[in-house]
Each structure stands twice: as structure tokens, then as C-alpha cells.
Design a protein around this ligand. Structure first.
Ligand SMILES: NC(=O)c1ccc[n+]([C@@H]2O[C@H](COP(=O)([O-])OP(=O)(O)OC[C@H]3O[C@@H](n4cnc5c(N)ncnc54)[C@H](O)[C@@H]3O)[C@@H](O)[C@H]2O)c1
Length: 256
């Protein structure tokens, strides 16, 4: 690859704020964008030590905050700390998510609230904060959301998750329209079936896993590293004319 093509994907000098990166997809994306030169700010309710150890190897600036992203006060406090320490934010990646499976007649309302708040409301709150900052500072920044196959399909026994992920796709499109005139791009990545904690109930059950595999043309489950390339693309100048889209990274599942 020649230098100008490499520069298209470089994240040097950019600060990326990413949620839900103690494990799974967010962890690999945080490590991956650091590898592409970004300064990285990680927010998670879980222990970020393992992520921090990897990111620090890049030598870039980084920050790791223990934050419940469904808590608006915690977000306000974290935001002030981030701007004070990092000086700027160029990319927001709303990735934190949780899952709960139950039929509708047994679905606890508190689980519904938790899923809506972590998987969707947190993204609204952080996008509002970051978009206001981009507009004030005239930064042509990027917002990236993690959507899901359940942003399009209904699924079974996942009513709260499906509702939240449909909302996340709606947020991506609505924000894209509103912010595009300011040069701010808003997109999402749509992982297919990826082996992480969220899908453990599926990949650890041989019969469920093989049912799913039959529908994936590439013939394997995805792993968190499979999402890194699209994340770098959407965070970098390479995607400056891309907004309002959800990129499926699903081994061909949705094309089938
Ligand atoms: N694994 C898949 O197949 C798949 C498919 C489609 C979408 N997704 C989405 O990808 C995203 C990442 O999930 P994953 O599969 O990597 O699972 P994961 O459980 O490994 O990662 C989720 C992360 O979110 C964090 N988190 C949970 N609640 C939080 C809170 N209140 N505040 C801050 N952080 C919180 C967790 O601690 C964890 O680090 C989620 O939005 C998920 O819905 C996953």
C-alpha cells in the first residue's frame, strides 16, 4: 500500500471514545484503532485492565474510566474528565450492550429497562454530548454505533434487545441526516454471529450453534477481530462521504 492510501486509513492524532470495551467486540476495536494510531478513551462498567495492557503497547495516549453508560450523571462526569485530560474527541463509538432472553410473558420489566438504557439510551445521551461538542468546535467528527442483525430481524425471545437495536439503527439514520450538513458522519457496524459473552448461550450449545452455522455462507462464526477493519474505515478519512449506513459484517448472513 502506498503512503497516501495508508494515510486515508490512519487515525493518528484522532481521539476515539468507545464504550463497552472490557471484552468482546469493543475490546478488539479499541486495540485495533490504537494500532491505527488513535488515542483511545475506554468506558466500561467492567474491569478494563486487560484492554489497557494491550492498548498501552501502542504508545498512544489512552484513558480508561469505570463508567455505567446508562447513568447520565456518570456520563457528564466522565465527559468533563475526558475533555480535560485528552483535550478533544474526534470519534464516538457507541458499543456497550447487554442481552437477556425470555418469552414475553416472563420478561421482567427491569430487564427491559436495563437493556433499553445500556443498548440504546446511552448512545443517545453520548451522541447528544459529542454532537454538541462537534458543532461548537466545528469538528467534522464521526459517530459509530454497534447495531445488530436484530436491528432488521425480529428474533425470538429477545424483545427488549430487538427493540433497542431497531432504535439504534433509527438513531444512526436520524442523526446522520441532522449532522451531515456539518460534515459529521454517523454510521453503524452490524456484527453477525460473533463469539462473545453476549452470544455464549448460542455458540456454547452445539445444536444451536450448528443451526446458526448452516445459515452463514462463510461457514464459521465471526470473531471480534473481524469487526476491526470496518471500525477503522468508519473512523477514518476513508469514509468521509459515507453516512447513514449500517455495514453488515456477518459472513454473508443477510445476503442469503
Ligand atoms: N456478539 C455478537 O454476535 C453481536 C452481534 C450483534 C451485535 N452485538 C453487539 O456488540 C456490542 C458488544 O457486545 P459483545 O458481543 O462484544 O459482548 P461483550 O459482553 O463482550 O461486550 C459488551 C461490553 O459492554 C459492557 N457493558 C455492559 N453494560 C455496561 C454499562 N452499563 N456501562 C458500560 N459498559 C457496559 C460490558 O462490560 C462489555 O465489556 C453490543 O452492543 C452487542 O449488542 C454483538
Amino acid at each position: 500500500m502506498n503512503q497516501s492510501t495508508m494515510n486515508l486509513f490512519s487515525l493518528e492524532g484522532k481521539t476515539i471514545l468507545i464504550t463497552g470495551c472490557a471484552s468482546g467486540i469493543g475490546k478488539e476495536i479499541a486495540i485495533g484503532v490504537a494500532g491505527a494510531g488513535a488515542n483511545v478513551v475506554c468506558l466500561d462498567i467492567a474491569d478494563l485492565t486487560a484492554t489497557a495492557e494491550e492498548i498501552k503497547k501502542s504508545g498512544n495516549r489512552s484513558m480508561f474510566l469505570h463508567v455505567d453508560v446508562s447513568d447520565s450523571n456518570a456520563i457528564d462526569k466522565a465527559w468533563d474528565q475526558i475533555i480535560e485530560e485528552m483535550g478533544s474527541v474526534d470519534v464516538l463509538f457507541n458499543n456497550a450492550g447487554i442481552q437477556y432472553r425470555a418469552p414475553i410473558d416472563e420478561f421482567p420489566i427491569e430487564k427491559f429497562d436495563a437493556i433499553m438504557n445500556v443498548n440504546f439510551k446511552s448512545a443517545f445521551m453520548l451522541s447528544k454530548k459529542v454532537a454538541s461538542y462537534f458543532l461548537q468546535q466545528k469538528i467534522k467528527g464521526k459517530i459509530i454505533n454497534t447495531t445488530s442483525l436484530y436491528s432488521t430481524f425480529g428474533g425470538f425471545n429477545v424483545t427488549a434487545y430487538t427493540s433497542a437495536k431497531h432504535a439504534m439503527l433509527g438513531l444512526t439514520r436520524a442523526l446522520s441526516n441532522e449532522l451531515a450538513p456539518h460534515g459529521i458522519c454517523v454510521n453503524s457496524i452490524t456484527p453477525g454471529y460473533i463469539t462473545t459473552a453476549v452470544t455464549k448461550a448460542l455458540w456454547s450449545d452445539e445444536s444451536k450453534s450448528s443451526e446458526i452455522l448452516k445459515r452463514i455462507p462463510i461457514g464459521r462464526w465471526g470473531n471480534p477481530e473481524d469487526l476491526v477493519g470496518a471500525a477503522i474505515f468508519l473512523a477514518s478519512h476513508a469514509s468521509d462521504y459515507v453516512t447513514g449506513v449500517a455495514i453488515p459484517i456477518d459472513g454473508g448472513f443477510t445476503a442469503r
